[in-house]
Design a binder for this molecule. Structure first.
Ligand SMILES: [Zn+2]
Ligand SMILES: [Zn+2]
Length: 217
C-alpha cells in the first residue's frame, strides 16, 4: 500500500483523501437550522422563507456548509473524477441523516453534462450512502429530460423557472418516503422541482440529503 497524501495539506493520510486534521476542520454544519431547508435559524425552527413559500420537500439534511475548503474539494471531485472523495463525502452525509426513508434517489444530471463529465457525482455519492444505510438505491427512478442552463450560472431568482419541466419520474413511488441525494443545495429550486415530480409519482415524503448547503452571505 502506498502512503497517500492529504489533498489539502499534503500530510500523510493513510486511508482517506484527507488527513484527520483537515477532515475535522471541514465546515461541518453544526448550528441549529431550519428542519425544512437546512438554513441556519437561531432556534432551529422553520425559517421565514419556508413559512412564506412552503417548499414541496419535507426536509433537508446537510453535512457541510458550502464553504472553503469544501467548495474546492467538491469541484475537484466533480471535474477530476476523484472517487475517493465520493466515499468521504458520502460517509459524512450518511452520519447526518436519520435514515427513515424507503428509497434513495440520486439527483439526475442533464444528459449533455453526463456525457461531458462521464459520471453523475450525485449517483456515486448515493451508491455509497445506500450501502452504508442499507436503504435501496433507485438510480433510474428519475431522469433529467432537458438540458437547461446550469443553475450555477443564473441569478437565484431565475433558477426555479430554468429548472421547470427538467425531470421525469416514472417509477411507481406510491406510499414511498424518498431521499434525494445531491452534492450541493443552493436555492433549493432543483430539489423543489424534482419533489414536484416525485409527488406526482406517488411519493408521500421527500427528503433532501445534501452533502453541502450554500449559506447566505
Ligand atoms: Zn490535511
Ligand atoms: Zn427553511
Amino acid at each position: 500500500m502506498l502512503p497517500q497524501q492529504c489533498l489539502l495539506c499534503a500530510a500523510p493520510a493513510v486511508s482517506q483523501p484527507l488527513c484527520a486534521d483537515c477532515y475535522a476542520r471541514l465546515p461541518w454544519l453544526t448550528t441549529a437550522r431550519c428542519p425544512q431547508c437546512a438554513l441556519p435559524t437561531h432556534d432551529g425552527r422553520v425559517c421565514g422563507a419556508c413559512l412564506a413559500h412552503q417548499p414541496r420537500f419535507d426536509g433537508v439534511s446537510a453535512a457541510f456548509a458550502y464553504a472553503w475548503p469544501l467548495a474546492p474539494l467538491i469541484h475537484h471531485y466533480k471535474y477530476a473524477g476523484n472517487l475517493a472523495l465520493a466515499w468521504l463525502l458520502a460517509h459524512a452525509l450518511a452520519a447526518q441523516v436519520n435514515g427513515a426513508v424507503d428509497l434513495i434517489i440520486p439527483m439526475p444530471l442533464a444528459p449533455q453534462r453526463l456525457r461531458s463529465r462521464g459520471f453523475n457525482q450525485a449517483l456515486e455519492i448515493a451508491r455509497v450512502v445506500s450501502r452504508l444505510t442499507a436503504i435501496p438505491l433507485a438510480a433510474t427512478a428519475c431522469r433529467r429530460v432537458r438540458d437547461s442552463t446550469p443553475q450555477a450560472l443564473l441569478p437565484w431568482n431565475e433558477r426555479a423557472k430554468n429548472i421547470r419541466g427538467a425531470f421525469v419520474c416514472d417509477a411507481d413511488l406510491r406510499g414511498m418516503r424518498v431521499a434525494v441525494i445531491d452534492d450541493v443545495m443552493t436555492t433549493g429550486a432543483t430539489l423543489n422541482e424534482i419533489a414536484r415530480n416525485l409527488r406526482k409519482a406517488g411519493a408521500v415524503e421527500i427528503q433532501g440529503w445534501m452533502v453541502a448547503r450554500t449559506l447566505p452571505r
